[in-house]
Design a protein. Sequence first.
Length: 222
Amino acid sequence: MTVRVVVADDQEVVRAGFRALLELTDDLVVVGEAGDGGEAVERARALRPDVLLMDIRMPGVDGLEATRRIADDPHLDGVRVLVLTTFESDDHVFGALRAGASGFLLKDVAAADLYAAVRVVAAGQSMLAPTVTRRLIDAYTGHDQPGPVGPERLDVLTDREREVVRLVARGLTNDEIARELVMSPLTAKTHVSRAMTKLGARDRTQLAVIAFETGLARVGGS
């Protein structure tokens, strides 16, 4: 299956670099580029790519607002956003995940990791690297402190669903969750899907964000 990608970054050399890397593969193809967030939304609507690589810091409409617009548009439900970040300087990455991004990549990502991330997200999963996720949340929400969402939001979950969401926040796959909780992978997948529906999460990344915001999961721990 060919994965169609749009690259959004205000630096032409960065866009060219990602295009060159992606075009070395047989299944990933860049169908468009954008120099700012507004243009990224336009490209998403016109081209309907499978994945949009989105820089955060761009002039005019930034990547955060562009991600929100794409996630809020029901006609773009099949477009998955991967945030591009330099990590140390991008203080809005956490907001981008809340806005609907399916994950994030460091701009100096290795080629193999880039390919894997694009394919994973295109398949409807989330790019949720546990160590980087925890560092980001640590940096932007504080040590072991619940975020702006109250824990009462979790009242709709069963005890088992809470356990599953906590493990999703640790970056575990359905198979790993199944082993941890002694259940079948299908049952784990069902619990994840039900939790996403109850909490209004678009994907596993947003589910993990909610876990950290509510204090269900803690930075550097479970």
